[in-house]
Design a binder for this molecule. Structure first.
Ligand SMILES: Cc1cc2nc3c(=O)[nH]c(=O)nc-3n(C[C@H](O)[C@H](O)[C@H](O)COP(=O)(O)O)c2cc1C
Length: 173
């Protein structure tokens, strides 16, 4: 479908076109977790990316309404767990707002050495990040973190998100 002449209420870009076009940028899928006091909270994130090598910075973008954003801001730390191809169900579960006690009891958790913030032990890898900047950007905030610890955990193939659907990497012949 060609969207380029369609407009959103005469006020700029067509939002459907915006979403559908960006959906053609294939990404991995992560779960961002944070913990403040006794409360652990997490969300599925595919806006994760690296920013800087020296110092080692990464970022993700969080909807202003996300409970995880509040927890991350309070805690000052978060972990990023990179999901494998068999973890679409984990991605789906962490993409639902609301209480997460049951979900957190269903997944295996490790603890970031610096902060104690949990990560998913069954992920491909985890990063433990100290929040350095939280920048408002439209209806999201950009959360920049300095990576203090990381680890490769399991040799799965990655979960891919492309064109609004989960995908797998086709093994090379
Ligand atoms: C594959 C996938 C990727 C997502 N990526 C993001 C993201 O990068 N940023 C974001 O704010 N929400 C993202 N979401 C939606 C959040 O996971 C969802 O809004 C979640 O309910 C927020 O949880 P919370 O309000 O409990 O923190 C994504 C959802 C899916 C399924």
């Amino acid at each position: 479908m060609c969207y380029h002449t369609r407009r959103n209420e005469g006020r700029g870009l067509n939002l459907r076109a915006f979403r559908d076009t960006l959906a053609l940028y294939a990404t991995g899928v992560t779960v961002v977790l944070s913990r403040y006091g006794l409360a652990t909270h997490g969300m599925t994130v595919n806006s994760f990316t690296s920013v800087s090598l020296r110092p080692p910075l990464v970022l993700f973008c969080a909807d202003n309404r996300a409970d995880t954003l509040k927890t991350v801001q309070q805690a000052g730390y978060y972990t990023v767990s990179i999901l494998g191809e068999e973890h679409a169900w984990i991605s789906q579960r962490f993409a639902v707002a609301g209480p997460q006690e049951d979900l957190l009891a269903e997944v295996r958790l490790g603890q970031g050495p610096a902060s104690g913030v949990p990560y998913l032990s069954d992920a491909l890898a985890f990063l433990e990040c100290r929040v350095t900047d939280v920048i408002p950007a439209g209806d999201h905030h950009i959360v920049v973190g300095e990576v203090e610890h990381l680890g490769r955990l399991n040799p799965h193939r990655p979960l891919i998100y492309f064109d609004h659907r989960y995908r797998r990497l086709t093994p090379e012949p």
